[in-house]
Design a protein around this ligand. Sequence first.
Ligand SMILES: NC(=O)C1=CN([C@@H]2O[C@H](COP(=O)(O)OP(=O)(O)OC[C@H]3O[C@@H](n4cnc5c(N)ncnc54)[C@H](O)[C@@H]3O)[C@@H](O)[C@H]2O)C=CC1
Ligand SMILES: NCC(=O)COP(=O)(O)O
Length: 343
Amino acid sequence: MSESGLPVLAVTTGEPAGIGPEISLRAAWSLRHEVRPVLIGDAAFLAMIASELDPDIRLQATNMAAVRHTGLPAGLPDRITVLDCPLKAHVRPGIPDPRNGRSVVQTLDIALEAIRDGWCDAMVTAPVQKSVINDAGVPFSGHTEYLAEKTHTDRVVMMLACEANAHLPYPLRVALATTHLPLRAVPDAITETLLMEVLRITDADLRTKWGISAPKILVCGLNPHAGENGYLGREELDVIIPALAKAKAAGIDVHGPYPADTLFQHKYLAQADAVLTMYHDQGLTVLKHASLGQGVNVTLGLPVIRTSVDHGTALDVAAQGTGLADAGSMQVAMRVAASMIKK
Ligand SMILES: NC(=O)C1=CN([C@@H]2O[C@H](COP(=O)(O)OP(=O)(O)OC[C@H]3O[C@@H](n4cnc5c(N)ncnc54)[C@H](O)[C@@H]3O)[C@@H](O)[C@H]2O)C=CC1
Ligand SMILES: NCC(=O)COP(=O)(O)O
């Protein structure tokens, strides 16, 4: 917590050629009385974006050498702290440059250091361009996998969530059994062990991070019609059903497998706390459609609190200049991180 009692958030500002810097600044500025955001990115570049967005936005820059020596400076009223992590190449909006890829990854390492050393309480990540980080020579399939590796965590779970809204009368939480895998690799990755671990982590974090005392989790099948009793694929019979039986025996309130194309309807969702889907697009297509730009991505099972937006770098929006990006999901990500710190 900051000296004024606000949760301190390490906010990585993401791919500089995308909308990450803009949404980080706008969300940080709008929530500055609820949280203390520490934006991690190139200080000169962030100052330039801030001046384009709103001349009222004032920054307070520091750097890692200073913070390691004397700690995070006390927050100044109506200023957003920026922790300088310099870029290598000039930023062209909408055109990521691999020369900046390592700096983007370094912001994640700094956020982890900030939490480890106790000067930030949680991390919130703006979107990165995963391909460009790979082009920079850093193997990277996503924050989820990177943070798991860096914290020596064997298993984490990606969950995206949104609150009730105009089209959704209840919150929706969608967890993924597999994350960033080519579709061809998904069936082989789904094992009883994986599903048991994912269900255990999801059940535990729904209790601790969301305060749900008896979570009910619905599970999708992998194949059309959840395999049609083996005639459309055997993964349900051979892997998923046995895994769910073990999870139930371990005390997890889990149901399924349900056909994924019909599970996402009110009569099922209204009674559930989360849905476990088998792969990225099976779950996230629904969540992103339902969230109306107000979703949050949470990494369950990590030893640190990490939230993120429910969208990507939106290079097409960034290319048109500042002021057009929707910062709503970034605000939600900051608020959810803050609420988890307080639990
Ligand atoms: N947490 C992260 O770091 C994530 C990163 N990505 C990365 O983002 C890159 C681009 O992904 P896409 O599939 O194109 O998805 P995207 O979310 O960047 O864009 C999809 C569409 O939504 C629009 N859009 C998204 N967020 C918006 C916002 N806040 N305001 C206004 N318009 C917005 C874009 O302009 C585009 O038309 C990929 O490299 C992907 O890896 C994608 C998802 C999450
Ligand atoms: N579509 C969500 C997504 O890809 C987020 O990935 P991560 O960077 O949070 O691992």
